[in-house]
Design a protein around this ligand. Structure first.
Ligand code: HEC
Length: 475
């Protein structure tokens, strides 16, 4: 498994395959077979599992490549960037069949991923030709199947810099990698010794796996004393001893992914955000020392919570969510204080200016907004990013904040909207960002799986941190 994983990884590195080699390997279409079947193909029993297994990592939740969401029947039928993916009754005219059957570019799933088997393709075609019928049993939201992500999917979704700036933690897939910030050397991967894959996940027989969590690790945070690293994934948060790399505590009880984590400034509390998409924004606040759930804010948001941020005095918590709202709650009561409305799409990041008077938020509408907490008013909208603004963090106690975006840039801004510095060099969608309190060290990563470290003072690229298995391929 380990060997396989690294092989796939290295094969995926662009430096190793020359253009000629790439051309020579033309990919044949998936074989067309006749299932000789007349009974109805059931979406929920037969089609959905294929899409979950082979497509969902890139086409559901907050990742919707080609603007196509394959996470539910309704979303699939909505289609993507190029319109309908499925034309009921006409499989041959359905974009999904052309791309996944490899008769039209760009082939799906992309190179390096497990393609559809001829049986799977035939099943999808038959389902479409039978009219692409909706799931028959009117169920609750389909139960999310937790599976280990494919070995070669390594987007960086979480990054944290230790308070002393010595370490950078980055999550890739279900792995968490710790680097020495000065040298860029990979020090260790955090491993949960008890982790076993359920049988059938990703076609495996089950058994022990070497990872930090079973599913994608979507959030990371260091405690202010640097002793604890928290990592969030589907259904759980793990608190790691940052020195030893061992598990100190496991926080459970989450209904879905944990996509946002932040410790309070005094280190006493840990806030976690997430929740079931389109159903429930989950906000839980734990006592960081005991791991006890101390506050749960119920019905705070009606969709996934993407950001949580403690006010400078730790007496309030700002949250932002897919429901387009920024909200503020009082602590420890959990009482709702204020809502800020203005974003036209998911709000992906939120933070407080050090005086506790202003808030900044950023979203999938590509803009940043500054809010006055006392008056509840929107002070300004800052444009500049060309794509979704995926994270926003204030830089220590300064008036500056940093953002990263799908437009491949990291940017520093002042509270008046001035774009003070840009950090380039990235060649893919950025999801994760961390900045040291003094603004000197900036770390960002995204779809391509590379973490870039920059000197925050002059914008210079210091290190490119590759996945550990890929290191030898670097010249
Ligand atoms: C590793 C990530 C990845 C996986 C896995 C993946 N896709 Fe995609 N998909 C993409 C990307 C990236 C695009 C956008 C391509 C572009 O626009 O250039 C895309 C676009 C598409 C589109 C076109 C949408 C539009 O309207 O433009 C379809 C249809 C599609 N994918 C179907 C599938 C199916 C079916 C599967 C599973 C069998 C799958 N994809 C698995 C990354 C992925």
């Amino acid at each position: 498994m380990r060997v396989l994983l690294s092989l796939v990884l290295i094969a995926g590195l662009p430096t190793l395959a020359s253009p000629q080699e790439k051309k020579a390997k033309s990919v044949p279409p998936i074989a067309v077979i006749d299932l000789k079947r007349t009974t109805p193909v059931l979406y929920d029993k037969e089609i959905e599992p294929i899409l979950v297994n082979k497509c969902a990592v890139c086409h559901s939740d907050n990742i919707k490549e080609g603007k196509l969401d394959l996470g539910s029947y309704e979303a699939l039928m909505k289609g993507g960037k190029h319109g309908a993916a499925v034309v009921p009754g006409r499989s041959a005219d359905s974009l999904l069949v052309k791309l996944a059957g490899r008769t039209e570019k760009r082939f799906m799933p992309p190179k390096g991923e497990e393609p559809l088997t001829p049986e799977e393709l035939a099943l999808i075609k038959l389902w479409i030709d039978q009219g692409a019928k909706a799931p028959t049993s009117k169920r609750e939201r389909p139960k999310t199947i937790v599976t280990a992500p494919p070995a070669n999917i390594h987007p960086v979704l979480g990054i944290a810099i230790s308070p002393d700036k010595k370490f950078v933690a980055a999550s890739r897939g279900n792995q968490v990698h710790i680097y020495d910030a000065a040298s860029g050397k990979h020090l260790r991967a955090l491993l949960d010794p008890q982790l076993t894959a359920p049988p059938g996940a990703g076609g495996s027989r089950g058994g022990p796996i070497k990872a930090a969590h079973l599913s994608l690790v979507e959030s990371l945070a260091y405690s202010p004393d640097g002793k604890t690293l928290a990592s969030g994934a589907f259904g759980e948060v793990v608190l790691w001893d940052a020195d030893k790399g061992t598990i100190r505590q496991r926080l459970t009880g989450f209904t879905d992914r944990v996509v946002a984590l932040e410790f309070s400034h005094n280190g006493k509390l840990l806030a976690a955000g997430g929740g079931v998409p389109t159903a429930d924004g989950e906000i839980k606040i734990f006592d960081a020392a005991s791991g006890k759930l101390t506050v749960e804010i119920k019905n705070g948001h009606s969709d996934t919570v993407f950001g949580v941020s403690f006010s400078p005095d730790d007496k309030k918590l700002a949250t932002c969510a897919a429901d387009k709202f920024v909200k503020v709650f009082e602590l420890p009561s959990g009482k709702f204080l204020k809502a800020f409305e203005g974003h036209t799409h998911h709000v992906l990041g939120v933070g407080w200016k050090a005086d506790g008077k202003l808030l900044a938020s950023a979203g999938a509408d590509n803009v940043i907004k500054i809010w006055d907490f006392d008056t509840g008013e929107q002070l300004r909208t800052i444009v500049g990013h060309g794509k979704q603004v995926t994270r926003l963090v204030f830089i220590g106690t300064s008036d500056q904040f940093a953002t990263c975006s799908g437009d491949q840039t990291v940017r520093f801004w002042n509270i008046n909207g001035g774009n003070t510095r840009n950090f380039g060099g990235s060649t893919d969608f950025l999801y994760a960002l961390a900045v040291s309190a003094d603004g000197q060290l900036v770390a960002a990563g995204g779809q391509e799986g590379i973490v870039r470290l920059y000197n925050g003072a002059n914008g210079q690229l210091l290190q490119s941190l590759l996945p550990p298995d890929a290191q030898p391929a670097k010249k």
